[in-house]
Structure formats: C-alpha cells, structure tokens
Design a binder for this molecule. Sequence first.
Ligand code: ADP
Length: 173
Amino acid sequence: MTVVEAVQGDITTQQVDAIVNAANSSLLGGGGVDGAIHAAAGPELLEECRALRAGRWRDGLPVGEAVATGAGRLPARWVIHTVGPNRHAGQTDPALLASCFTRSLDVAAQVGARSVAFPAVSAGVYGWEAEEVASVAVSAVRDWVSSDPDSLEVVRFVLFGETVFSAFDAELS
Ligand code: ADP
C-alpha cells in the first residue's frame, strides 16, 4: 500500500528519495519550482541536465515525458524532471498532464525510489487551474499506485501556497 498525501511547503527541503521538477522542455532551468530546485541543488544538477541534452534528449524533453538525474546538494537522491503541458501554448489535453505524473512514477520505480514528492505541475506559469491539476494528478497517481502497490511507500504532493494546497487536500479527502 502506498500512502498518497498532500502538504503545504517547499519541495526542495523534502526528505524523500525523489522530487519531481516541473521543468521545461529545454531541461536547462527556468523560473518557479524549476528555478528553486536548481538553486538549491547547485551546479551539478545543471551539468547533468546538459548531459541529457547532449545525449538522448538532444531535442529537449517532450511534454508528458520524465527523466531522472541525481539531486546535487538536495536532501533527495534523485530529481525527476517532467514537462507539463503549457495551457498558454494551447496544450489543454488532461492526458498530457496525467502522463507527467504516471511517467514520473514509472521513472521513480525504475531508479528504485520508495518515496516521491510532486509539485503542482503546470499550475504556475503554464496556466492550468489548481483544481484541474489536483483532479488530474490525484487520479493519475491513485491509478498508478493501485496497479503497482508495492513499489512506493509514499507519494507526497508538496504545494506552495494555500490555494493549491486546498485544491489537492479536497481531492484527496
Ligand atoms: P509550471 O511552469 O509547470 O506551471 P511553475 O514552477 O510555474 O511550473 O509552478 C508549478 C507550481 O509549483 C505552482 O503551484 C508554484 O506555486 C509551485 N512552486 C513554486 N516554487 C515551489 C517550491 N519551492 N516548492 C513547491 N512548489 C513550488
């Protein structure tokens, strides 16, 4: 059984095996949670992301896909980078957003993480409503953990601010 929970807080300080980054396709850093994760992790994280861009993800990471790196100076062991759909660019398909959560959990299980923290992917600069992100995220994660109940001990949504936290809290209760 996997515990699925929501807390209000800063994802960079979470004591979990893997934290998920709401990255952009370039993988080379951005604002919001991406900027906070790179700032807290230090330059090693950017080096690993550059290496991904020099290799398998030469054209950037597609929307809905996920990839793991180390976590630099963060308390976590891995950062799993995923690219949410950008509503302002017409990316309005909830399946793309659901894929961010399921592919991130696939990658977490592949690297051997037992605990994973997610931010509200696409609920910031990418313009999705907090309620819709919460609904898509919680159902994607619940489906994933019910089909694979043994891989993960905890999946924690770590939300910045009361509004987004309330949306996830309501979806989980
Ligand atoms: P996106 O571009 O996918 O919308 P953003 O980083 O702009 O990503 O926002 C995603 C969510 O992450 C927003 O709800 C934002 O408030 C939140 N966020 C920003 N910094 C942090 C942080 N340090 N920890 C957790 N969530 C954060």
